[in-house]
Ligand binder design. Structure first.
Ligand SMILES: *Cc1c(COP(=O)(O)O)cnc(C)c1O
Length: 406
């Protein structure tokens, strides 16, 4: 550890709320798919700021948009009609089956908007006393009081009682459990199609088909949380397009403005009718600057066929990682992924390997203690993936076998 790093970590500890188990790294600057720490060391970025900087760091076209829009208009507020916001909405709606969008500033806020529109739709449009949202074990939906209550992980709820009413979590991918949880108070089921934080755990097509049928049968909404999987991450604009479904409501955030904070909630016309002037809002949401940047992100994605590129690079990566699993069946339990959201589940705690990867110049995420999660910029080169796989291969070969239970 260098003096610069030590000094910064001490000031961080002394001044910032201690809510993050930070990596042993301080990033000074970044370019493309590379991160540079405060000591000038270079890393291949396989995390993209947690699925945020999908077009890489310091993208020159986005810089052009930021500087142009900064001098033109940064923020006027949602009291006004805004060209940039409308333009972005039209481009986003062209990628999916939704009719309307509400802009906000984060994933949690997008999910709050989804929960609010579901409740208000039931109460005001359908005149039903239905407000409950059913979610799945292992899910992650955010850190606000409502979204942490929706989240299917006990650790995010600890110490925050009393939690808001109207949420039920059921076991993962258990259709009978969802069916049993549905009552006349149920407004919606909310799911991630691939549970990101839980270690890249996809829902099966069969389960999703069953869920869609169940929602239709009971006349409740299906909300899909695409905060992490949205906008090309899985090799299509939206993960739900892989499943061939059209959610009633879905959300995104992380990659929308490639690093500037922005979220969005999409709804079909019928649900959108529940939001009338004064029923929901935000000061910053959909501001001119972030909207202009997100709009340019969509232009670049379309022009450069970023979804196809992510799908192709993802297939290549999965091939390599399946090879690692075959070479180290005792150490790699499973490899899961779609496009460039990939989880490599180890049979043992992954902290040492994850640390060694950082030392070797690769930054990825370790989740649940034993799952290496890769969320690289969608513009990552296959060569970088190959070098990562080669490095991981060496580390797995050198790692001790997991101790048996006995
Ligand atoms: C990150 C994430 C959220 C929360 O987003 P924030 O911007 O941190 O509020 C919600 N859902 C999913 C699936 C996420 O990955």
């Amino acid at each position: 550890m260098s003096d610069a790093f030590e000094a910064l970590t001490k000031r961080d500890h002394d001044s910032i709320c201690n809510t993050y188990a930070r990596y042993p790294l301080a990033i000074d600057h970044a370019s493309g798919t590379r991160l540079f720490d405060v000591d000038g060391r270079e890393y291949v970025d396989l995390l993209a700021g947690i699925a945020v900087c999908n077009l890489g760091h310091g993208n020159p076209e986005l810089l052009e948009t930021v500087t142009r829009q900064w001098t033109k208009l940064v923020h006027s507020s949602n009291l006004f009609h805004q060209q940039e916001q409308v333009e972005l909405a039209e481009k986003l709606l062209a990628t999916c089956g939704a009719d309307k969008v509400f802009f906000c500033n984060s994933g949690a806020e997008a999910n709050e908007a989804a929960i609010k529109i579901a409740r208000r739709y039931m109460h005001v449009v359908r005149k039903r006393d239905a407000y409950e949202v059913i979610t799945l074990d292992g899910s992650f939906h955010g850190r606000t009081l409502a979204t942490l209550t929706a989240t299917g992980q006990a650790k995010v709820k600890d110490g925050f009682d009393p939690l808001p009413e109207g949420f039920k979590t059921v076991p993962f991918m258990d259709l009978d459990a969802v069916r049993e949880a549905i009552t006349d108070k149920t407004a919606a089921v909310m799911v991630e199609l691939i549970q990101g934080e839980r270690g890249v755990r996809p829902l099966s097509q069969e389960f999703v088909d069953g869920l869609v049928a169940l929602c239709r049968e009971h006349d409740i909404l299906l909300i899909v949380d695409e905060v992490q999987t949205g906008l090309g991450r899985t090799g299509k604009y939206w993960a739900h397009q892989h499943y061939g479904i059209t959610p009633d409501v879905f959300t995104t955030a992380k990659p929308l403005a490639n690093g500037l904070p922005m979220g969005a909630m999409f709804a079909r016309e019928e649900m959108a009718a529940a939001f009338t002037p004064g029923t929901h809002g935000t000061t910053f949401g959909g501001g001119a600057l972030v909207s202009a940047v997100a709009s340019r992100v969509l232009d670049i994605m379309k022009r450069d066929a970023i979804c196809e590129r992510a799908a192709d690079t993802g297939r290549y990566a999965m091939g390599l990682f399946e090879g690692l699993k075959a070479a180290h069946p005792d150490k790699v339990a499973e490899v899961r992924g779609l496009g460039l959201i990939i989880g490599i589940e180890l049979t043992m705690p992954g902290k040492d390997i994850w640390n060694a990867l950082i030392d070797a110049g690769f930054v990825c995420n370790l989740t649940q203690g034993n799952i290496l999660r890769l969320l690289p910029p969608l513009i990552i080169e296959k060569d970088d993936i190959a070098r990562f796989a080669q490095t991981l291969d060496g580390l797995l070969a050198a790692a001790g076998l997991p101790k048996s239970e006995a």
